[in-house]
Design a protein around this ligand. Sequence first.
Ligand SMILES: [Zn+2]
Length: 470
Amino acid sequence: MRLSFLGATGEVTGSCTLVETGNTRFLVDCGMFQGGPEARSKNLRALDFGFNAREIDFVLLTHAHIDHSGLLPRLAVLGFRGPVYATPATIALLEVLLPDSAHIQEKESEWQLRNRHRRGKGERGVAPPLYTVAQALAALKLLRPVAYRETISPADAVKVRFHDAGHILGSSWLEMTVNDDGRTRKLVFSGDLGMPGRAVLHDPEKVVPEADLLLIESTYGDRLHRSLTETEDEIVAAFERTLAAHGNLIIPAFAVGRTQEIIYMLADLARRKRIAPIKVYVDSPMANAATQITLAHPELLDPETRELIAWQQKHPEKMKLESVADVERSKALNDIRSGAVIISASGMCEAGRIKYHLRENLPRSECSILIVGFQAAGTLGRRLVDGARLVRIFGETVPVRARIYTVGGLSAHADQAALLDWLRGFHKAPGHTFVVHGEAGASANFAQAIQERLGWPEVRLPQQGEQFTL
Ligand SMILES: [Zn+2]
């Protein structure tokens, strides 16, 4: 059996692992590289050089985030026709996320084409989209739903179970057995694991007692999240300061997961009277679609969240929530000078309507930006976190005078302690452990923590493109 690490090594995007055994070839995740100038070339290389897409039998998707799913339409463009297995909620989210990813790419190409003279580049300087909206819609037809804990056999030699990973709606970690030349191997892919005890979703399901091979994520493998109480105090402080200064509070948030978590937290703070009644605008069609999908899956929500949703529906005046749909209304938000809470995407400030809200509010010292999610190296969000005084938005230089609050405790990812706790579910060390999905320092630090704290003898840090024979 052979494993090829095609992404998410030394970084947090581009998750994709190729597993080959006997006559069977499949991928676990098919994610897009995001952030930084090399992302595009990595996306082109990932599938064109790694393997022949026609020879892939099936794909298993741990969850809907684009860095785990975003190259699926590209795989289909290159000739892949096999089924793609994912949970029903993941499929519902992908129906929104993949066409949106295509749309953003089409828009970017059109923009480059229109501005090619000003940018001093000819036709050849225009990057075509990795896939179009039509191609994304075609790829959605390959998806096949799998329930949590149902055992499927996508090939004779392979059995797979999806377990709740508590990271975003429908997210999974995978347990599989692969029959390799008469020997049965047990594989565990963590996908992205959620932080236990946090709002909205269930905690990650406990891992199986043993495995021959484990891939574990390490996004926050080198640190501990601040406690929920501290996080709430920070949010309340940002609210009080901004409202007193007569500014707006802008919250860049991932449309899927983080936006719903923020809405829940604000409603909870309003219910406990820690913040005054507020007006919240969710200015992201995708976030609003994701909220609808979340509400359509109450069985995936924790009991506290179901109770809070009921409270909020009974007391809409405590937190007025407006889902902004059309562009005109979105533009009109720019005229609001104070008292507005605007949640918008994308979460790392790289695309979407958030850029307009930042352009409008960053130069105003009375406003605040609440950073509530991971900001990858090379993104606008990261530059704000790092204290940039000037940033470029839509080709304009924008001064940063607004207060930037970085709220650390809201991650959708387990921190080091929670990751180690999850690994303690193994009764003995897996035969082989690979630490993936983390920036190089975080992964290395986590690998060391596993060895020192759990006493596991062998923990590896795979490199991009590295192959491993088991
Ligand atoms: Zn994720």
